[in-house]
Write a protein that binds this ligand. Structure first.
Ligand SMILES: *Cc1c(COP(=O)(O)O)cnc(C)c1O
Length: 487
């Protein structure tokens, strides 16, 4: 792309140029050094770009155009539920009564905000079929860890220190075994069967007296509903273990099935996924956790409670695992989720799941002609293709993902789940039109044809992006964040 289209103005800093004009000082000048520890006072001004306001605006606008978001194009990133973020949620989150309050304020002075959080807890408890919910965890992964710490506290309270293992399916999201490890457990794998769901025989084999919990996503990361969930819950419960529900895929079953009814003891939700919090680029997220009555005493404190119409933070929970986050969760994201739930209503949330599932099945059936579909039953809200056929022609799944960028699409999730070779995991979400789905499908078919006729074209993609193929690992591990990086 032409450099002119993306002027990075910071490189053109001119000494003395400013983007502000301040009125003349009306108060007496004040020497910082007299008031503060000199350690905190710079001798020299920081080396910041000196540019005009217009240049700053152009700089950031140019950067924003280099980005891809739900508001700029289709974003079928499987497992991440990149659905539209309704702008009404933003209006609510910006209301002064919510945005101009402080967490150290006396709870009596922020009763409205607390009521909203309390009602959100109740709604999430009803949606999941759980007894009590905390909004503290800041993301799904932190919810997983919080839930597992509660399960650990439960086993310890029963004197069952032998329960050291957490079972996770081979299709599980990487955060599941990671959270189990960080919570002090050993993660053990249970295999999937030929239908892509948990192999019951293998579950019976790995479950035992050392089982602390089974972590499960349902529908699983292949987008397939674990139909034997009730039997699985029985197997694990009979062995004395608990069931943990990874709620990242709730968008498929909301209003139709509740983890509490399936037999789960702990549930996390990703409000930034299912409940429209804007995400990507690392957050902010919100990962509320719901528990059964039996585990409620271990919830992180404080607990947001209500008595005689007054909302307050309850600290008197002697068995609590303690605080997991400063204050009470990511308030702004919780507000957006609350607004979404209230605008959709119970019927609306059911429709969300219906359309999410319909969209995914429509795409899957059209795409399976061109791409290998390893599991052929109907899917829920997402599905996983394999790029095996294209790989034989020398075109890898990574190449297909890069080629999609040329057409203005964010690629699907790739190389996950790990139990599918050359995986392409597509999650359209309910908010996209049929025309958008068809446009993406046609492009995927075109890329497959390119792989047959001109594989090099796909291997060399992308052609129309600002940067081509990056060293993503180095970009993540050693990011260059300074505008005037020393050479
Ligand atoms: C996104 C996701 C997680 C982790 O949630 P974060 O909110 O990103 O921490 C866990 N499991 C599955 C299946 C997910 O898709």
């Amino acid at each position: 792309m032409d450099k002119q289209d993306f002027p990075l103005i910071f490189e053109h800093s001119k000494a003395g140029r400013t983007s502000y004009s301040l009125p003349e000082l009306e108060i007496e000048e004040f020497d910082l050094k007299e008031e503060f520890d000199p350690v905190y006072i710079r001798e020299e001004a920081p080396d910041l770009p000196e540019v005009s306001e217009l240049q700053i605006i152009r700089h950031y606008t140019a950067l924003s155009k280099r980005n891809h978001g739900v508001d700029s194009g289709f974003y079928p990133l499987g497992s991440c539920t990149m659905k539209y973020n309704p702008k009404m949620n933003e209006d609510v989150a910006r209301m002064e009564g919510f945005s101009h309050i402080h967490p150290y304020q006396d709870p009596k002075s922020v009763q409205g905000a607390l009521k909203v959080m309390y009602d959100l807890q109740s709604s999430l408890a009803a949606i999941t079929g759980m007894h009590e919910v905390t909004l503290q965890p800041a993301a799904g992964a932190q919810g997983e860890w919080t839930g597992l710490m509660m399960i650990r506290a439960y086993h310890e309270a029963n004197g069952e220190l032998n329960r050291t293992k957490v079972i996770v399916p081979d299709s599980a999201h990487g955060t599941n075994p990671a959270s189990a490890t960080v919570a002090g457990f050993e993660a053990v794998t249970v295999k999937s069967n030929e239908h892509g769901t948990v192999d019951l025989e293998d579950l019976k084999r790995v479950v035992g007296e050392d089982t602390a919990a089974l972590m499960l996503t349902n529908p699983n990361t292949l987008g397939l509903f674990e139909e034997n969930i009730v039997e699985m819950a029985e197997i694990v419960h009979q062995a004395g273990g608990k069931l943990y529900y990874d709620g990242a895929n709730l968008n498929a079953v909301m209003g139709y099935a509740r983890p509490g009814d399936m037999g789960f003891d702990v549930v996390h939700l990703n409000l930034h996924k299912t409940f429209t919090g804007p995400h990507g680029g690392g957050g902010p997220g919100s990962g509320p956790v719901g528990v059964s009555e039996e585990l409620a005493r271990f919830l992180p404190k404080p607990i947001l409670s209500e008595a005689n119409g007054e909302y307050y933070f309850e600290e008197d929970r002697p068995d609590s695992i303690g605080r997991v986050k400063p204050f009470y969760g990511n308030f702004g994201i919780n507000l957006r989720a609350y607004t979404y739930i209230r605008t959709m209503g119970a019927e609306g949330l059911k429709k969300v799941s219906e359309y999410a599932v319909l969209n995914a099945n429509y795409m899957m059936r059209r795409l399976q002609e061109e791409y290998e579909l390893p599991y052929t039953q109907h899917c829920k809200h997402e599905f996983v293709l394999s790029g095996k056929r294209q790989k034989k022609l020398g075109v890898r799944t990574l190449d297909i993902a890069k080629r999609l960028l040329d057409f203005g699409y964010h690629p699907p999730t790739i190389y996950f789940p790990l139990n599918v070779e050359e995986a392409l995991m597509v999650e359209p979400t309910e908010t996209e039109s049929k025309e958008t789905l068809d446009g993406f499908i046609d492009t995927m078919i075109q890329i497959s044809n390119e792989a047959k006729n001109d594989p090099e074209l796909v291997q060399e993609a992308p052609y129309h992006t600002v940067v081509k193929r990056m060293d993503e690992t180095t970009a993540a591990r050693k990011p260059v964040l300074r505008y005037n990086r020393p050479q």
